[in-house]
Ligand binder design. Sequence first.
Ligand SMILES: [Zn+2]
Length: 366
Amino acid sequence: MPSLMKRVLSFRLSILLLICSLNAAPLFADSVTTHERTVTKVSEGIYVIRHPDAPDSFPQGNTTVIIGEREVLVVDSCLLPSSTKEDIKQIRQWTNKPVRYLVNTHWHFDHTNGNALYAEAFPGLSVIAQVETQKMIQSFNPTAITSYSNRTERFKRYLETGKDGDGNPISDAFRKDLTNSLNGIDSVVAEFKNLTPLAPNVTFDHELSVNLGNREVQIRFLGRGNTAGDTVIFLPKEKIVIVGDLLDHPVPYFYGGFPLELAATLQRIAQLDAQTIIPGHGDIQHDKTYLTQVIGLVDEVVAVVLKEVNTTPGRKLEEVQQAVPKAVDLAAWRQKFAGNDQENRDNFDASVESLIKVAYKQAMVR
Ligand SMILES: [Zn+2]
């Protein structure tokens, strides 16, 4: 399991590294690459912090801060300790109430690396996660962080041999991204040297509610999708839902997890009485249009994968990969998600390619 996860993560990074095109026309407001830190107040006492990508282009998850009358709850602690420290400083400017709860939406370390810094800054903090998420943070993340520096050697090898980890020739765009990543990786590795991984100390299976003082927060597991323990945080009164990487904007991340269950889980989110949806990465959504769009894409692609696998025993991945574009208008979906932004378009293609692959794998082991 851990080695599979490693492959998934390293594959995900490889894909993210495909992102490149500084001269692309930004017709869409949002981009898969984030250059600067932004803070958005979504309601009285509720803020979303969007972080710039790390110097090696690794994306950092969004952080949401929810301030009640008595105490504060934070959702996700991001990737770089330097960013977490900035967030904590910012929270202290907003309020003198203590952060009492930190929730990890899932185990990927771009959402959990700052856990220990919160615990250090706010004694008595409870770090909360769904039980499967807690297990992964505890078992997988410490090694992933200490072995992060191996990327340097691996990326150098790709550049020198002109081939990726699977032996496929690397494209010019990938070459450029590897170079960009190598230019920034040392500072990320240096930050990780002083990082203490901290696993959640409070777990739940399906639902946990906390009241921060005149502010109810429901922490829920609505099904698998991006990971085994995907968690959504719902504020019924404020009609806000925070969904982690079950939803990412402007292009979904389909680089692992459980694609056959993803649409149903997203449907359960759609059924919540929410007006504001905070994704794991990218822009805040003020209605369910984008969520519905992602459900539509996943439904169409997964239906073809399942049909291929179920009707023809022994169906090969290559055959499924050929069948999907014949049955699904991927060009139209690409346009819907990415517009004319080349960077987003490339990312969409890589993400859907992975969706087909991961859905096929999940279908074959059922
Ligand atoms: Zn993420």
